[in-house]
Design a protein around this ligand. Structure first.
Ligand code: ADP
Length: 527
């Protein structure tokens, strides 16, 4: 027997239609790299997305076809997302910071038929054009080409209907090892993920919000914000560049209430503030994730009265899975205890199920003391990678995240490391993340990476690689002294080396593989 309720497929274009109907004049602003600013609103985006859908059909694009973008955050990129999805296509966001071999691999693997790109990436396009085997149309976003495509269409177009389980977007993991893997989001998973993001225990979005997604649209769909914003009726502000001064200026000028970015973005933000910049007055919440947010950074936001929403997720989880949410006793908690909670990766919202297991796959207790491999399942979690011939989950739908975590009795989750980054010393695990976070709390330290190096007795011991803040001459002893107050004695790095710069992945994470390779023959003096 079927229930008596309506068929209402959870399709992405409904998000846009809702915004265009109920929040038509909420603005969408772009500050382009050349300083120009353009403004439209949800009604304008809906009209232009329809025109873009018509243009794609005019090019012979059919539902299910992949349309790639190689672009920063801006209005035209947003129009292309909704237009593509609205005509049944699949948006494939390509990360321009990938290496050529990866860029070649993913566009061919995805079978992209169209590439929309920013002129600043013209050199990539010129280099890879001969190696991309399926792309038929190359369209620049920021010259007359894109606008001319839209201008030629009427916008009189009805979205393609279909199943909520149809695909709508394809995102590849950055692939620090092996080839990148594609995660094929569907309409339903995207809408559910957007509904989750707007909840009070996640981002608490409403039409009073103005959102600046600093996280790139090519990185896990800008954490889903371009889908959550129309659902909430929020305004969106984009910057084509990631310069801290420009971002701060834009946040102030546009009364941005929520900014989203990885920790390095917020480090640059505070460097700008410390050099005389003003804290954007309307900013009431920031989200930070992608890698662990340092405690000192979270504390600064807290002291400024800006809610630091620490998120955890990955491309495979759409990407937001857990988020900081104040507990019932929040107001009575001491500031240090509050910070302890914010440093964790958040609470578990409805729709996400987590568990931790040991190396034999046995479930571990949620007592906040034993860490294990973190597994996740839910309606916006990957089941099978694009083009793969086997599922990426076990028989009970658990997906192994590759992260190591603690589950606390109060329902919060704490990432302690990535499975491949933990430092295994004498059979015990040292969290490289905890060491790094403690180290960046030391005055004079700009950034730090902890890696395990070979030790004859302990198997591995931690080596801390540090970048000093400009003008600082902080010493190894000073850092060790600081660390002693924060981590167990046997966790203290055996040595500290100073470097000018640390290697990062295309998405701003520490590239531990490169560091491990660089220090693979490093001999500890004590060893
Ligand atoms: P990739 O896995 O290719 O680096 P993702 O963007 O999908 O790209 O990264 C997901 C990973 O980032 C997670 O598995 C986790 O290790 C890390 N991560 C994300 N958010 C956090 C966070 N708040 N704290 C610590 N690690 C995080």
């Amino acid at each position: 027997m079927l229930g008596g309720m309506q068929d209402f497929e959870l399709r992405v274009p409904r998000l846009l239609d809702h915004a265009a109907r109920e929040h038509a004049t909420r603005r969408i602003v772009t500050r382009w790299a050349d300083g120009r600013e353009t403004r439209t609103d949800w009604a304008g985006i809906a009209r232009d997305a329809r025109r873009f859908a018509q243009a794609l059909e005019g090019l012979g694009i059919a539902p299910g076809d992949r349309i790639a973008t190689l672009a920063m955050n801006h209005t035209n990129h947003l129009i292309a997302w909704y237009g593509t999805i609205g005509m049944g296509g699949v948006v494939h966001t390509i990360n321009p910071r990938l290496f050529d071999d990866q860029l070649e691999y993913i566009a061919n693997h995805a079978g992209d038929r169209v590439l929309l790109y920013d002129k600043t990436f013209q050199p990539i396009v010129d280099r890879l054009k001969p190696r991309w085997t399926s792309i038929e149309h190359f369209i620049a976003f920021d010259d007359a080409g894109f606008e001319a495509l839209l201008d030629a269409e009427s916008g009189d177009y009805a979205w393609r209907e279909g199943s909520e389980r149809d695909p709508c977007m394809l995102c590849y993991t950055s692939g620090t090892t092996g080839n990148p893997k594609g995660v094929l989001y569907e309409h339903r998973s995207t809408v559910l993920h957007a509904m989750n993001a707007t909840q009070p225990w996640v981002l608490g979005l409403s039409s009073r919000d103005t959102i600046l997604p600093i996280v790139p649209m090519f990185h896990a769909a800008a954490w889903g914000l371009p889908f959550a914003a129309p659902l909430a009726g929020a305004a969106l502000v984009f910057s084509q560049t990631n310069d801290a001064a420009v971002l701060c200026d834009l946040m102030t000028a546009e009364n941005v209430t929520l900014g989203s970015g990885v920790p390095t973005v917020w480090l640059a933000f505070f460097q700008h503030i410390d050099a005389g910049g003003t804290v954007p007055p309307a900013l009431k919440q920031i989200t930070v994730g992608g890698s662990a947010a340092p405690r000192a950074m979270l504390a600064r936001f807290l002291d400024l009265g800006i809610k630091p929403t620490h998120l955890w997720g990955m491309t495979e989880t759409s990407p937001v899975a857990t988020a900081f949410a104040p507990r019932p006793d929040w107001d009575e908690m001491h500031r240090d205890a509050q910070l302890d909670v914010i440093c964790r990766q958040g609470a578990i919202p409805f729709g996400i199920e987590l568990r931790i297991v040991d190396d034999d796959g046995r479930e571990l207790p949620r007592d906040g003391s034993v860490s294990g491999r973190l597994q996740v399942r839910g309606p916006w979690i990957v089941k099978r990678y694009f083009g793969a011939d086997a599922d990426a989950v076990d028989a009970d739908s658990w997906f192994d995240t590759g992260d190591v975590a603690l589950l606390h009795p109060d329902g919060t989750m704490q990432i302690t490391d990535r499975a491949k980054d933990v430092i295994k010393s004498g059979g015990e695990w040292i969290s490289s993340v905890d060491l790094e976070n403690a180290a960046v709390g030391c005055p004079g330290v700009a950034e730090a990476a902890a890696i395990g190096v070979a030790h004859p007795r302990w198997d591995e011991r931690p080596l801390l690689v540090v970048v000093r803040k400009p003008g600082s001459d902080v010493t190894a002893d000073a850092i060790l002294g600081h660390l002693s107050g924060h981590v167990a004695k046997w966790w203290l790095p055996d040595e500290i080396v100073f470097v000018e710069e640390l290697p990062h992945t295309a998405t701003g994470k520490l590239l531990k593989t490169v560091l491990r390779e660089r220090f693979k023959d490093y001999r500890l003096h004590a060893a």
